[in-house]
Design a protein around this ligand. Sequence first.
Ligand SMILES: [Zn+2]
Length: 217
Amino acid sequence: MKWTPRTEYIKRIIFAHLIKKESMKLEALLLARCENKCELCKSGEDIQIYEVLPQQNGDAEDCIMLCNVCRTQVEKKAELNSGHWYCLSESMWSEVPGVQVVAWRMLNRLRNESWAADNLDMIYLDDETLAWAKATGDHENDATVELHKDCNGQLLQSGDTVVLIKSLDVKGSTLNAKMGTVVKNIRIVEDNTEQIEGKIEGQTIVILTRYVRKQGI
Ligand SMILES: [Zn+2]
């Protein structure tokens, strides 16, 4: 077949379709496996795919289904609530390696609590699964979670709207960033919990979290 922009276009559509079909197949497989319940805590609320990193084969074995409460804490987007994780004493016996991996990592993060330490003594991962569990180094962290917080200690997330509580002096700019300016759709700076990014008068600037107050939801 002679190449034309149209061939390329058709190829792209077929490819996108295949990917969509694959991901639908993956989701269907996972939903059947988890019976529409979070594979860690068995909640049926807001179940979504969580990819257990690092990916091994890129198939269902590499993914688990998590509820929103589990996922935000696993991904360190919410404070670790140890009471929620008593569920691990059951889910750590799952036959799904991905579930074993995440259970093991979470128990490690909670290891200062005796119930978690006891479970860590009991949990069994074969050598391959244990190597996978250790690969991210996540288990070496403790329960503390570094989160972006505003001047009142409210959790900040990308997409939030904030108000400046102090007029900002933006170097080399005539930007009018006065106290009280509303900044919509902020982005959190991933590796620095003291910084967010926001657009003021069409310009994206870095703002310190201590100078903003989150606007009511
Ligand atoms: Zn859950």
